[in-house]
Design a protein around this ligand. Structure first.
Ligand SMILES: C[S@@+](CC[C@H](N)C(=O)[O-])C[C@H]1O[C@@H](n2cnc3c(N)ncnc32)[C@H](O)[C@@H]1O
Length: 218
């Protein structure tokens, strides 16, 4: 159990394994939106405001860990109509489907490579990166489906940022995995739980041809 989120037990009891998270979100999907509203969850607003500054309204966007669709709804409010959502929880995806703001929704575990036949012009991942299971070493699975230099807008729980050594993890990952962290800002995250967060712009720096070369010769 974490030492934050005391007012909202589902936040403090977030499991660090995939199987644990699947069970947790299956049980939480029904009240997730109201619980996060009470916790003062501001991360989606900041991520989408940054998207609106960087990415044109007609861009093809992918959201990683879309949950019940809070971010998708905000993107739709800004006029984005080409947004695909990915999450490993069928129960959370069912809620997102009801919002009708995604072109398509798909079950996928972000700790595994994502196979897709198109490349996206921007990505967004809000509220997923914290204490695990989705960590810096998995960002590669997100940037790999973006066009070169496309932005991935990412939030990281501020408590995990310190306790889980995200600075060091990100540094190692960006040297190894073909992306750069271009921008980091501190944002209000779960304001009623006194937790701040980090808002990042990550860019894919890997050429398609490099990906092919690595696969062919390694
Ligand atoms: C705190 S919610 C954030 C949802 C949404 N982005 C938001 O801001 O409301 C975290 C989401 O990440 C998903 N998630 C956790 N681990 C995952 C994994 N390994 N692969 C895909 N999704 C995962 C959960 O199912 C959940 O929907």
């Amino acid at each position: 159990m974490t030492d934050f989120g005391k007012k909202t037990p589902q936040i403090s009891e977030l499991p660090k394994t995939n199987s644990g998270q699947l069970k947790h979100y299956a049980q939480w999907a029904g009240t997730y939106d109201t619980d996060l509203d009470q916790a003062g969850y501001e991360a989606p607003t900041h991520a989408v405001a940054l998207m609106a500054k960087l990415v044109s309204i007609d861009a093809q966007i992918i959201e990683f860990g879309c949950g019940t669709g809070l971010v998708g709804e905000l993107l739709a409010g800004h006029g984005y109509q080409r947004v695909v959502g990915i999450d490993q929880s069928p129960e959370m995806l069912d809620k997102a489907k009801n919002r009708s703001c995604y072109q398509s929704l798909r079950e996928h575990d972000l700790t595994q490579p994502l196979i897709d036949d198109i490349r996206y012009e921007a990505g967004v991942c809000v509220g997923v990166c914290a204490f695990g299971p989705v960590l810096a070493q998995h960002i590669l699975h997100m940037t790999a489906v973006l066009v070169e230099h496309a932005p991935l807008i990412l939030t990281i729980n501020g408590k995990a940022w310190n306790d889980h050594d995200w600075v060091e993890q990100l540094d190692e990952a960006q040297q190894r995995d073909g992306f750069i962290v271009e921008f980091i800002n501190t944002i209000p995250y779960l304001t009623n739980e006194d937790v701040d967060g980090k808002l990042l712009i990550v860019r894919n720096t890997r050429f398609e041809s490099e990906v092919e070369c690595t696969q062919e010769f390694s």
